[in-house]
Ligand binder design. Structure first.
Ligand SMILES: Cc1cc2nc3c(=O)[nH]c(=O)nc-3n(C[C@H](O)[C@H](O)[C@H](O)COP(=O)(O)OP(=O)(O)OC[C@H]3O[C@@H](n4cnc5c(N)ncnc54)[C@H](O)[C@@H]3O)c2cc1C
Length: 419
């Protein structure tokens, strides 16, 4: 086997513990040696990376954020984020969809542990999540996170239209989710929906996070899937038509999602690691291509041109800036972050999503026409990297909105009050 690429974040330089470095190394090894050769076919056929998920299960990575005492690897937020960036380097669609799966354990685990719950509720939640974790560790169950509905809810601006009406032993769920990554392939769809009795007004405070069994009666997948990028995520439309969902399906206790969204905002930064990996992949490709080291390509003899050297330098500077900001932001993930930390998290998300595509664009311009053929990974990286800025709730536009507003106004402040 070829030598492993150097790590995205050198453990000594970035002060990772040996335990963190070992988990990240496991992800990098799998990414480079197994996922990278498969990535082109998943992309071409817009097919879900089923084989990769089997390997993630075998390597223990489906349970990366599940506590060791419950059979997982016990990774914290930062360790997961760096491992996900390593996977994104080799297969963007696997990393992005894996993020949806891992968040079901991260959000129901360390995030909930950091929030306010009464002791009885906490005990009931611990029992429920133990059952979810056992399915993942033991059976390789895959969870997804279909939140988007095409309306304002996924941006945090309104209650989810998907409804959960209380019923004996659980809820009756009805609604529709668009862009549901892993549709048709996940075993449980971790939906956000609004708990409301018939005729009751929907409120964001009543958001529930429920793991709907994919095989439950009334669940269906619809629409085709032939997008620009991230084709292996298979993000089709999900329909829920009067689906009975039992009480033990709750991934967070009542009311906790809204508390998490305001007190643990870095929960929304977890879509970014994939794109850190894609940025590194575009840069690595460019270096290898200009050095004549990409298998199957002719020796290009271009690296002596100053324009090539300057382009590579620009790409390196953008990559270093993005990685430094991103690493700092993921290191600051915690409950009740300061205003500075929240602004930095938005800036990291914006910078990662925009810079990844910018580096991929520069890579294509710098390497030239022969490098953008479909036989090489660069054009896939270019298309995949375009998708990052569109991911709600922290799209590139919404990050700009929030940074501008929150930098200029303190919470509750209005122009009238300020005079
Ligand atoms: C490859 C891929 C995989 C995905 N996987 C998932 C998934 O697994 N689960 C999931 O829930 N979603 C997923 N999404 C969906 C994604 O998070 C967005 O919900 C989706 O891209 C929104 O598309 P839209 O056209 O409805 O955008 P719109 O909601 O119409 O937004 C368009 C743009 O308008 C801006 N905008 C939106 N709302 C506001 C507002 N309130 N104020 C100001 N500006 C606003 C934003 O910048 C946004 O980019 C995925 C998307 C892609 C591309």
């Amino acid at each position: 086997m070829a030598d492993l690429d150097p790590p995205l974040f050198d453990p000594a330089a970035f002060r990772l513990t040996p335990r963190q470095a070992a988990i990240v190394e496991k992800a990098r090894h799998l990414g480079q040696s197994v996922f990278s050769p498969r990535a082109a076919a998943y992309d071409r056929e817009a097919r879900f990376p089923t084989e990769n998920y089997r390997d993630l299960h075998e390597a223990g990575l489906l349970g990366i954020c599940i506590p060791e005492a419950q059979g997982g690897l016990g990774a914290d937020y930062q360790t997961y984020a760096i491992a996900a960036a390593e996977i994104g380097r080799y297969c963007g669609a696997t990393a992005l969809s894996w993020n949806m799966h891992v968040c079901s354990t991260l959000w129901s685990g360390p995030l909930v542990d950091d929030l306010d719950l009464d002791p009885q509720e906490r005990r009931a939640h611990a029992a429920r999540r133990t059952a979810h974790y056992a399915r993942i560790v033991r059976d390789g169950a895959i969870y997804s996170q279909p939140f988007s509905e095409g309306g304002p809810a996924a941006a945090g601006a309104a209650a989810f239209e998907t409804r959960a009406v209380p019923a004996a032993g659980g809820w009756i769920v009805s609604g529709r989710k668009i862009f549901a990554s892993l549709s048709g392939h996940a075993d449980y769809y971790g939906i956000l929906c609004t708990e409301a009795a018939e005729g009751e007004r929907a409120s964001r405070r009543n958001t529930l996070y429920l793991a709907v069994p994919a095989r439950a009666e009334g669940v269906s997948v619809t629409g085709d899937w032939d997008p620009l990028g991230m084709r292996g995520t298979v993000s089709r439309t999900l329909l829920f038509d009067g689906v009975f969902v039992p009480q033990d399906a709750a991934l967070m206790p009542r009311g906790v999602y809204v508390q998490a969204a305001s007190r643990w905002p870095h929960m929304f930064l977890t879509l970014s690691p994939t794109y850190v990996g894609l940025a590194q992949a575009a840069y690595d490709f460019t270096i290898r291509y200009l050095r004549g080291e990409v298998p199957g390509t002719p020796p290009v003899r271009r690296r002596h041109f100053p324009t090539k050297q300057i382009a590579v330098a620009e790409m390196r500077i953008k990559l270093e800036q993005m990685k430094a900001l991103w690493f700092q932001a993921v290191t600051e993930a915690r409950p009740n972050p300061s205003k500075e930390q929240v602004l930095r998290a938005y800036a990291a998300q914006y910078s990662t999503m925009e810079t990844a595509h910018d580096i991929a664009r520069l890579a294509i311009r710098t390497c030239g026409g022969q490098a953008m053929l479909r036989t090489l990974p660069l054009e896939r990286i270019f298309r995949d990297s375009r998708c990052g800025a569109l991911m709600l709730p922290w799209t590139a536009e919404l990050c700009l909105d929030r940074i501008g507003r929150e930098a200029l106004y303190e919470p509750g402040e209005t122009d009238e009050a300020a005079g």
